[in-house]
Design a protein around this ligand. Structure first.
Ligand code: SF4
Ligand code: ZN
Length: 315
């Protein structure tokens, strides 16, 4: 049996990701790590109005819990894509969590905004679910975050390592430049700054924290996740990690050293233009969300027809 690695503790360890810890020392280790990230990268200040992008899963519920505990007055923002048997379950968990913790919950749905659910859309278009879902989800998060100064997400170290490798594999350094604990390369008051408090936390650590804190959530995965490019990269990196422990941490730690230079390079060449369909910032005449929505020929695209309503944007 392994003991907790805290110098003043002789208890049995309950988790061993980077070091063995008993329950209470793991919780304080984890919370200190998140607090240090928030402080070092100036992710959130007391003046901020914070909205947390929530899925009802372990990562975003952890962020919601901690930011509410430290800063108070946070709002949860959920997107209902319409994924039967999955999203309805996670949204139920999220709604109960928010009620128990007195956190306001705002939910936006594909069906109400675009006139179709993800389930409907996938019957009509032949694309990978995550491609259309990721685009429309980001669009609704931008819309829902209007009026807030920070949108916090549950991205953890594993997610970031995957995003770095995905962008390198696609040869897209400009997209890689938007990563980091504070995303984006160009500052504008029209953009709601996106922040990632769990940036340096391993996925296993977040899972352990959510489990030990008994958040009352079910640890289920979207049925579409396993056929995405991200899933292939996740399996590849997990395989590497098994053979070369520390690989994930090294991908992120080394990337973050070159990130300021990357952001500098692309900030100089980035100019903000706007989609003629919805008014969102976009590098093309029509943004990807409008292209998807138009291609689905939905008559109920109220949001897209009122560009003045859509001011915020995140990467
Ligand atoms: Fe959407 Fe893909 Fe995430 Fe499922 S895994 S919620 S389809 S982006
Ligand atoms: Zn658009």
């Amino acid at each position: 049996m392994v003991n907790c690695s805290h110098s003043k503790c002789g208890e049995s360890a309950v988790i061993n990701v980077t070091k063995p810890y008993c329950k209470s020392h793991f919780i304080s280790y984890f919370e200190s790590k998140v607090a240090a990230t928030v402080k070092k990268y100036k992710l959130i200040s007391k003046k901020d109005r914070v909205i947390v992008a929530c899925s009802g899963g372990k990562d975003s519920t952890t962020v919601l819990y901690l930011l509410n505990k430290w800063f108070g007055n946070v709002t949860a923002l959920a997107i209902d894509e319409g994924i039967p048997g999955y999203r309805n379950v996670t949204l139920e968990d999220l709604s109960s969590f928010c009620s128990r913790n007195n956190i306001p919950l705002k939910t936006l749905s594909y069906k109400e905004t675009f006139g179709f659910s993800l389930h409907d859309a996938l019957k009509k278009v032949d694309v990978l679910p995550c491609n259309i879902c990721g685009t429309l989800r980001r669009y609704l998060l931008n819309t829902g975050a209007k009026g807030f100064t920070r949108i916090a997400t549950g991205h953890n170290l594993d997610d970031e390592a995957q995003s770095i490798v995905m962008n390198f594999m696609k040869g897209n350094l400009e997209l890689a430049a938007r990563l980091g604990p504070l995303t984006g390369v160009v500052e504008s008051r029209k953009f709601v700054q996106r922040v990632k408090p769990l940036y340096f936390c391993h996925e296993k650590e977040v899972a352990a924290y959510a489990f030990l804190q008994n958040f009352g959530i079910r640890f289920n995965e979207c049925p579409h996740a396993r056929i995405s490019f991200r899933a292939a990269i996740r399996d590849f990196i997990n395989g590497l990690e098994q053979q070369h422990p520390g690989a994930k941490q090294n991908i992120v730690s080394n990337f973050i050293k070159v990130l300021p230079k990357l952001k500098e390079k692309y900030a100089a060449s980035s100019s903000i233009s706007y989609c003629r369909g919805c008014g969102e910032p976009s590098s093309n005449e029509l943004c990807k969300a409008c292209i998807y929505v138009n291609s689905l020929k939905s008559p109920a695209v109220a949001a897209v027809q009122h560009p003045q309503k859509l001011q915020s944007f995140i990467y």
